[in-house]
Design a protein around this ligand. Structure first.
Ligand code: HEC
Ligand code: HEC
Ligand code: HEC
Ligand code: HEC
Length: 236
């Protein structure tokens, strides 16, 4: 074999290794996030997202189901046409499955919005510890490279705008039964909805461990109005 071919093969093998590790971000469930971010976790627990699996149980939300031509008596909690948008990481590495229902992936939790946490959560811990020791800040870019989401909109769309005739280009089956055609109140407006702290969680003041871009477009606004909560832990 010529040296050139050997080199090309070696480069391809290396690329495969990097590509493999880049896609290895996996869902882990909200247990760890919640133990460090207690205020957000508590507030999130009161939201419709946290209780999303309950809506799939029989005899819940009967009026809404009837209006969307669903059977209010039916148990939809294992129905693969439903579960995906009412849990974390459906169809993705480490995500919720009907066969092995993990309670920390049940409902629409932290990682559905912030991204699968296997890689970035360790960076939070280290950066928090460094900040506590010497006020050293860390870059958000490193978190983004490890899979943390700072724009949110595409994740929301994948659940809220996933129906036939949706303005969102990525729509594919299974679709949500709750579309603007069923009731105008199901019309999704990202800029309005993302400011609904009753549906995300309340916002709490950060110390500013992470700096720079990519920063969420309403980050400064949220922080300016944020509550004082429990400090994020630096150990897990
Ligand atoms: C070991 C503790 C720990 C774990 C586990 C952890 N974090 Fe953090 N996180 C921190 C610390 C410390 C900060 C910096 C807080 C500050 O600036 O006050 C932080 C910052 C953040 C921020 C703010 C980032 C920004 O833009 O400034 C978000 C959002 C966040 N964490 C979400 C999560 C999510 C979601 C998970 C689970 C996948 C998670 N964290 C796991 C400790 C942790
Ligand atoms: C994994 C799917 C999923 C993702 C991702 C998701 N949602 Fe939701 N959302 C739901 C489901 C399901 C409900 C309804 C929960 C219930 O009542 O059972 C809901 C409810 C809501 C509600 C409450 C609606 C009401 O009638 O009051 C708002 C607001 C909302 N979501 C906004 C957002 C925003 C903004 C994002 C992105 C930052 C987002 N959601 C991400 C699935 C998702
Ligand atoms: C593509 C994602 C998706 C799929 C698939 C999906 N849902 Fe949902 N579901 C949502 C979203 C998003 C909402 C929140 C709608 C809103 O309030 O704007 C929701 C809300 C609901 C609600 C609460 C409605 C209300 O008005 O309170 C029920 C009940 C529900 N879904 C049941 C189901 C059932 C049963 C199935 C399967 C037949 C299903 N969902 C499939 C995304 C989905
Ligand atoms: C429906 C989407 C959604 C869910 C679910 C969600 N978050 Fe958030 N979270 C947001 C948005 C949007 C922000 C604002 C980001 C910013 O200001 O940079 C945010 C901000 C944060 C912050 C920064 C400080 C603050 O309070 O604004 C932390 C920490 C955080 N979330 C942790 C969590 C944890 C832990 C969970 C799960 C228990 C969780 N989040 C669930 C959407 C969500």
């Amino acid at each position: 074999m010529s040296h050139r071919i050997t080199l090309v093969l070696a480069a391809a093998a290396l690329f495969a290794v990097f590509a493999g590790s880049a896609s290895a971000q996996s869902f882990e469930g909200r247990k760890k996030c919640s133990s460090c971010h207690k205020s957000q976790a508590e507030s999130w627990g009161d939201t419709a997202h946290a209780k999303a699996m309950d809506s799939l149980k029989p005899n819940t939300k009967a009026e809404a189901k009837k209006k969307a031509k669903l059977d209010p008596k039916k148990d939809y909690t294992k129905d693969k046409d439903c579960v995906g948008c009412h849990v974390d990481g459906w169809g993705k590495e480490g995500g919720y499955t009907v066969e092995d229902p993990n309670k920390f992936l049940t409902g629409v939790g932290c990682e559905s919005c912030h991204g699968p946490g296997s890689k970035y959560r360790g960076i939070h811990r280290k950066a928090g510890a460094a900040f506590e020791k010497s006020k050293k800040t860390s870059s958000r870019q490193v978190l983004a490279d490890a899979g943390q989401d700072f724009s949110f909109e595409e994740s929301c769309n994948a659940c809220h705008l996933n129906y036939k005739g949706s303005p969102w280009k990525g729509a594919k089956e299974p679709y949500t039964p709750f579309t603007p055609e069923v009731d105008k109140k199901y019309t999704f407006n990202f800029d309005k909805y993302v400011k609904d702290a009753k549906a995300m969680h309340e916002h709490y003041k950060l110390d500013g461990v992470f700096t720079g871009e990519p920063k969420f477009k309403y980050h400064d606004e949220f922080q300016a109005n944020a509550k004082v909560g429990k400090k994020a832990e630096v150990e897990d």
